[in-house]
Design a protein around this ligand. Structure first.
Ligand code: BG6
Length: 505
């Protein structure tokens, strides 16, 4: 069936200049440059007619060298193969300036932007993408303002600031950073990225829930037994020890990606598709999250780190033995927790969240398990497996619905069958990368898929309550799990004591 209903996102983005701070860094190379190239190569109608990309970093480099390193990055990381003509057009948009760390660097930036805009006939619509270490973010915001590079909100030409996670390392520092940003930028000018929100399957959560009448009617305590969210990664910490060890899984994954998924799966229907309406609906979920009771970090949360094991047929070393991990490290690479959302819709329904590195495979799923049918007819003799809706965020994007059916034959034999939708077989063409969607939305000025200031605050409040109990009670165990397993026994017990089991991706 080809019928589709186009819900227009917006008009085409106006011409602008994207300044990538930290343009020679990993994020720029792996994600931003390839995403910008893909947007160009796909000829997206809503992409701006004209735009420039200005790399701004510390290292002195000729423009040609920057273009060449961008080409290598795009060739390696772009989802599309590099097309010679498209690349030539795209690379003509690229420019580079060194001086991020110099005292007059931001004044040079201003001059270069003005020159670039004059030469290309671009209006001074500017997007500052801060792909810099988190501690450098407030200073960049301040220096932009000092250099006269921030237009008033609502001015004829826009200034937009894009920041990446992590925002802070705890509630206090997050509030401080966010406060510093808002000293120089209006909330309407700030785009906080959580790349999970740009994933196709995550965007589809709202469509699945609110464009289909069957699910929404079932969505809540009356019909749902419990919800599980698992984000499993097979990778270990790799070369990121410096960032990861002070952070750990709770800060790295739960505070942002996992709570975003929770908010999207649990929120009430927003009153409209406006960014504010959607973001408000999500925040209400966090407002209703039951605060962690005393002792909750022990009873409702399990932390662990991987020991040695086998992943994908290869031996994997223990976290403690990974490059750059301090001997005294007590960092968790796995968290499982049980949460409740104390509102009318979800009263009494447990939400089990679990994430970890070095699990058997990469796989993120949300599973909504429905209640059992009464034990009257088919359920009488032996409990039958309940219906479950499993949404596969990645990989093998799609969702399946488990129902029971009569096995053909003269007996009455019942067995679970799966109704399964796979994006790959249903929809033609690959999905855009999350960063393509998100960069385009910044250009358009659509905040729907970005994190609001209140979400940052509320998500940290929840996570902080766990961090506080962990630091006040060092005797709370840090379990170990074998690399290549789905976590420690304690995580199995967390759910098993409620008579339930984890469903693995
Ligand atoms: C990042 C975390 O935000 O998300 C990483 O810092 C993690 O530790 C990554 O590996 C997972 O993203 P994805 O898109 O691969 O699921």
């Amino acid at each position: 069936m080809n019928d589709f209903i186009q819900i227009s996102k917006a008009q085409a983005a106006p011409p602008c200049t994207v300044v990538i701070f930290g343009a020679s860094g990993d994020l720029a190379r792996r994600k931003l440059i390839p995403a910008l190239y893909n947007l160009h190569a796909c000829g997206q109608e809503i992409a701006p007619r004209d735009y420039a990309v200005l790399g701004f970093a510390r290292r002195a480099m000729a423009v040609e060298e920057f273009r060449e390193s961008a080409r290598e990055a795009a060739a390696r990381f772009s989802r599309l193969e590099l097309n010679h003509d498209r690349w030539r057009e795209f690379s003509a948009r690229l420019d580079y300036l060194a001086g991020l760390d110099q005292p007059d660097g931001f004044h040079k930036l201003k001059t270069r932007l003005e020159q670039l805009e004059a030469a290309r006939g671009l209006p001074p619509n500017r997007i500052y993408y801060l792909s810099v270490p988190p501690e450098a973010v407030p200073e960049c915001a301040e220096r932009l303002a000092e250099a006269g590079l921030v237009a008033r909100p609502g001015a004829a030409n826009f200034t937009r600031l894009v920041v990446e996670k992590p925002i802070g390392t705890d509630l206090e520092s997050a509030l401080k950073i966010d406060g510093a940003l808002r000293q120089y930028f209006d909330e309407s000018q700030i785009f906080r990225i959580d790349h999970y929100l740009g994933k196709e399957t995550v965007q589809n959560l709202m469509v699945l829930r609110f464009a289909n009448s069957i699910f929404e009617r079932m969505w809540g305590a009356r019909n749902v037994d419990h919800v599980q969210i698992t984000v499993a990664e097979s990778e270990g910490v790799g070369t990121r020890a410096m960032y990861y060890d002070p952070a750990g899984a709770l800060r790295d994954m739960v505070q942002n990606h996992m709570l975003q998924l929770l908010a999207l799966i649990a929120m009430d229907p927003p009153v409209s598709l406006d960014a504010d309406a959607i973001r408000d609906a999500k925040i209400n979920v966090l407002r209703a999250l039951r605060p962690l009771p005393p002792g909750g970090a022990n009873a409702l949360v399990v932390r662990a780190r991987y020991g040695a094991g086998m992943v994908d047929g290869e031996t994997a070393r223990a976290y403690a033995q990974e490059q750059g991990i301090p001997a005294a490290s007590r960092t968790e690479t796995f968290v499982a927790l049980k949460a409740y959302i104390d509102n009318w819709r979800w009263s009494g329904v447990p939400f089990y969240l679990r994430t970890g590195k070095r699990m058997p495979a990469r796989g993120s799923i949300i599973c909504v398990q429905f209640k059992d049918v009464p034990r009257i007819l088919f359920n009488r003799e032996r409990k039958l497996p309940p219906n479950a809706l499993t949404i596969r965020i990645q990989p093998d994007e799609g969702f399946s619905f488990e129902v029971l059916a009569k096995q053909p034959g003269l007996d009455i034999a019942i067995r679970p069958v799966r109704m399964n939708l796979r994006y790959e077989s249903e929809f033609s063409g690959p999905s855009p990368d999350a960063y393509e969607r998100l960069l385009l939305d910044v250009m358009i000025g659509d905040h729907t898929l970005f994190v609001s200031s209140t979400f940052v605050e509320k998500s940290w409040e929840f996570v902080q309550s766990i961090l506080d109990q962990w630091s006040a009670n060092p005797e709370i165990p840090l379990y170990e799990y074998a690399a290549g397993s789905y976590g420690p026994e304690a995580a199995e017990r967390l759910i098993a004591q409620d008579g339930r089991v984890w469903l693995n991706p």
